[in-house]
Write a protein that binds this ligand. Structure first.
Ligand SMILES: Cc1cc2nc3c(=O)[nH]c(=O)nc-3n(C[C@H](O)[C@H](O)[C@H](O)COP(=O)(O)OP(=O)(O)OC[C@H]3O[C@@H](n4cnc5c(N)ncnc54)[C@H](O)[C@@H]3O)c2cc1C
Length: 346
């Protein structure tokens, strides 16, 4: 029987970045992915925002995450021969009260890399009138579909990918054999399907459905992401991704009329420009109750691991935490930080 070191279940952002980490480190890895199941990564707008506007704080661990993220996507662009990560500044229209808070933050050197300016007039004409406009640095976006497709081609060319469902039942956990291959370790990167995984029912996942539109707006500037209650993200050829919504009861991947109307209403409050809706998607974010990733080893099955909980910020979190996951897989003694360790739910 053939033997391999690691089987990864799921080829979303988590599984894909982990597979590259392991492959590049010379670990004998294989991925199983069910293309019939929904993949949040394909629906995601792919936006990266280093700030949390609600409280005007820096995004969690942004100083550590951003450099790792940028290097990882650049290296993968070179390996795969395609560009999929783009830096792009962001405009945040501000009320009078928000302007004061932004000015305070701008004076704080911890925010220097992320607040480029606070302007009285918008650099984009089509944005509706506001008291002022904050310009964010360090923002950008990943073309998530393009990235997954390029990665998939690489995995197929290198015979690393099996496209089928991995059965999550007792016997599949106890023996390490899948499709006549014996695996030393299995890592589950199943996104929101973790909710029904019998071995990880202790993880407090709180999946959140989201909807996104693609619009065609030839009159709108493509030089900035615009973000206030809804984001408008240029993706080229006068096309923009616009989103999103949050829903915790209906966890299907069906787009809804209600979701579309909610996005369009907010969009019309943000920009005045003609547009047509071209696409409408829905997916489910693997969000954890404490909004942190979940990484670790199963408490009973020594060969079973988990990499999940990328929530609303998978693009920024996945590269850094794929490295952490790799360290744990190659060194059993490696201490995963308690804030992200799956043990915290036991
Ligand atoms: C509407 C929306 C907008 C978003 N916007 C952004 C954004 O702008 N920026 C950002 O950073 N993040 C965004 N996100 C979040 C982002 O999509 C997630 O954080 C990230 O994609 C999660 O990746 P994942 O690999 O954990 O899960 P997924 O991408 O869902 O991948 C899981 C994979 O596992 C496979 N799978 C599951 N079970 C099995 C099994 N038993 N056998 C085989 N295969 C299996 C599935 O087929 C799937 O391919 C958004 C999400 C949504 C829904």
């Amino acid at each position: 029987m053939k033997r391999k070191e690691v089987l990864i279940v799921g080829q979303g952002l988590a599984g894909t970045l982990l597979a590259f980490e392991l492959h590049v480190a010379g670990v004998d890895v294989c991925i199983v992915n069910n293309p019939q199941k929904s993949t949040a990564t394909r629906v995601a707008a792919g936006m990266v925002n280093p700030l949390v506007f609600k409280r005007m704080t820096k995004s969690w661990m942004v100083d550590e995450l951003l450099p790792v993220m940028k290097k990882r996507y650049r290296d993968l662009e070179e390996l795969l021969g395609e560009r999929f990560y783009f830096d792009l500044p962001m405009i945040k229209p501000l009320s009078e009260q928000e302007t004061e808070l932004w000015q305070e933050r701008k004076a704080d050197e911890k925010f220097t890399p992320f607040i480029e300016n606070i302007c009285e007039t918008s650099p984009v004409d089509q944005v509706l009138k506001s008291h002022a406009y904050g310009i964010v640095n360090g923002s950008g976006y990943l073309k998530t579909g393009l990235f997954l497709d390029a990665a998939k081609r690489f995995f197929q060319e290198n015979e690393l990918l099996i496209e089928t469902d991995y059965p999550t039942n007792q016997s599949s956990f106890e023996n390490h054999i899948f499709q006549d291959i014996q695996f030393d370790k299995i890592v589950f990167c199943e996104g929101h399907y973790l909710k029904t995984h019998p071995l990880f029912d202790f993880v407090r996942l709180q999946p959140a459905k989201g909807e996104v539109l693609q619009i065609y707006a030839p009159g709108l500037s493509e030089n900035y992401i615009i973000n206030r209650r809804v984001f408008v993200l240029p993706i080229g050829d006068h096309r923009f991704k616009v989103g999103s919504t949050y829903e915790w009861k209906d966890l299907t991947d069906h787009p809804t009329e209600e979701g579309k109307n909610s996005i369009v209403d907010r969009l019309k409050e943000l920009i005045h420009v003609d547009f047509t809706i071209e696409q409408h998607w829905a997916g489910v974010r693997p969000t954890v109750i404490d909004r942190r990733p979940v990484i670790g080893k199963h408490p009973e099955f020594d060969h079973i691991y988990l990499f999940n909980g990328l929530g609303t910020k998978g693009v920024m979190l996945a590269p850094y935490f794929a490295k952490e996951m790799k360290k744990l897989l190659v060194d059993n003694q490696y201490q995963i930080h308690q804030e992200v360790n799956s043990d915290r739910f036991l």
